[in-house]
Design a protein around this ligand. Structure first.
Ligand code: AMP
Ligand code: MG
Length: 313
């Protein structure tokens, strides 16, 4: 079932001012990562091998944990501003939107991306969808049906926590449909994403890459701490037994579906602070690439100022 929610708006103006101030302060102290570096370092290209990526590495960033956390806060305000410009453009008729696809093994930190990266953006501008096993209704339709319904509208940042890629991951590992059927999906997905790119959707696909040792530690923590029991699902232990099959399924989809218009980025995720910073920087890179500006007023500003000054109220 796909769960869609638009977050509630609370205290927008105030929260923003605080974030901006915090951002400015941290900006003076923290090493400044450049997003272009992250994109280059993490992009899945020709001859990519997932097994060669060290999940504890921190490509494109030389700072330590504290520096990484500071850098994240420092860039919050820019991300928020760019999203607001994207939204403003849509009010002026623009159709551009961004789709962030987040995939990763259980406990890889997908939820943390939502809270710590996308959470800094005005909730009005974000559409978040978490994809679960398909409902009875969803099963009656082709696998992309529920995906199309959840696409972000113009001006929005859509975030998918899991996605159509589950249909070549869990489905492949467990043969939930006949192999002939899931094998066709790689090409179907590429065609689909091409049509999205043609329709002004900027697609950012991120795989959070953790090690099996780190997953063991995180599952152990979920079991140890009563405040984390709600996050634990005994099924995660069954899925863990299929680690190697999942890694193979990821390798294949990364090879086949990292395209020019919709590339994959593999983010080492054993260090949560790094993964969050990297995803934020990838988003920033793509948003900056849109060359967003504030839409020009469709009224005469001076005339309106004169009217306001003359108003008796
Ligand atoms: P979670 O993200 O931990 O809430 O778990 C969601 C579960 O839904 C995971 O076990 C996914 O593998 C599963 N899931 C998501 N999409 C599909 C799909 N298309 N087919 C089967 N299972 C899916
Ligand atoms: Mg889970």
């Amino acid at each position: 079932m796909a769960k869609k929610r638009k977050k509630q708006v609370k205290g927008k103006g105030k929260a923003k001012a605080t974030t901006a101030k915090k951002g400015q302060k941290a900006a003076q102290e923290a090493p400044q990562p450049t997003a272009a570096t992250f994109g280059k370092a993490l992009r899945v290209g020709e001859g990519f091998t997932l097994a060669d990526v060290d999940p504890r590495s921190t490509p494109a960033f030389t700072g330590d944990k504290q520096a990484g956390k500071d850098a994240l806060v420092a860039a919050d305000a820019e991300l928020d501003t760019l999203q607001e410009q994207l939204f403003a453009q849509s009010r002026a008729g623009g159709r551009r939107r961004v789709l962030l696809v987040v995939q990763g093994m259980d406990t890889s930190g997908k939820g943390g991306i939502m809270r710590h990266v996308v959470g800094s953006v005005d909730p009005q501008g974000v559409e978040h969808t978490a994809f679960k096993a398909p409902s009875a209704e969803e099963k009656k339709h082709p696998f992309l049906w529920r995906i199309r319904r959840a696409l972000p509208g113009p001006g929005m940042i859509g975030v998918f926590d899991r996605s159509h890629y589950e249909d070549v991951l869990v489905v492949r590992v467990h043969d939930l449909v006949p192999p002939a059927q899931w094998k066709r999906r790689y090409a179907t997905i590429n065609r689909f994403e091409e049509t999205l790119a043609d329709d002004d959707v900027t697609i950012v696909k991120v795989m959070l890459h953790i090690s099996p040792q780190e997953q063991k530690a995180r599952l152990g923590e979920r079991l140890e701490r009563p405040d984390k029991h709600w996050k634990f699902n005994p099924r995660d232990l069954d899925e863990r037994e299929h680690w190697a099959d999942y890694q193979e399924a990821y390798q294949v989809l990364l090879e086949r579906c990292s395209t020019e218009r919709a590339p994959w980025f593999v983010v080492p995720a054993d260090r949560k602070w790094y993964a969050r910073l990297a995803v934020q920087q990838l988003l920033l890179e793509h948003l900056r690439g849109l060359d967003l500006t504030w839409p020009a007023a469709d009224f005469d500003v001076e005339e309106q100022q004169a009217r306001l000054a003359a108003s008796e109220v």
